[in-house]
Design a protein around this ligand. Sequence first.
Ligand SMILES: [Zn+2]
Length: 159
Amino acid sequence: MLLLKPKCENRDGEKIIQSRIGLEEPCEFAENFLVGYNGEHYDCIIVDEVQFLSPEMIDKLSDLVDFHGITVICYGLRTDFQSHLFPGAQRLMELADDIEQIKTICWCGKRAHFNARLLNGEMVTEGEQVQLGGNESYISLCRKHYKERIVSNSTAKTC
Ligand SMILES: [Zn+2]
């Protein structure tokens, strides 16, 4: 098995994938691996933060499946903080054999498909799709609360 992550995804430091439950695993940069791929066989390749890969890299991942018999499993976000598909995520949805949505829940209890970017606790809707090294954070919201920009129960209006 091999773990890959995009080069730009360096929150966890160089060539480490860190999961939310505290596991750390060494990994390769996906772009380097895909461009320099030498035909080596793996049973399975797991890609983290796949939304940051370019559509071309997603095509190369699908070649590993079709021409090299490798199972490729990708994890990542579907849409950015402005509710638009990441280009890499779009290509992945076009090519993937199976897509499974991981259930995320808004503070109100509904399914949360939208990722809001927070800056100092306030939801922001302007900015770069990929903001690196910033001190913003993200929260999952349902569509209604994404539209209303209500990011938690405590900021909801009382009638
Ligand atoms: Zn909600």
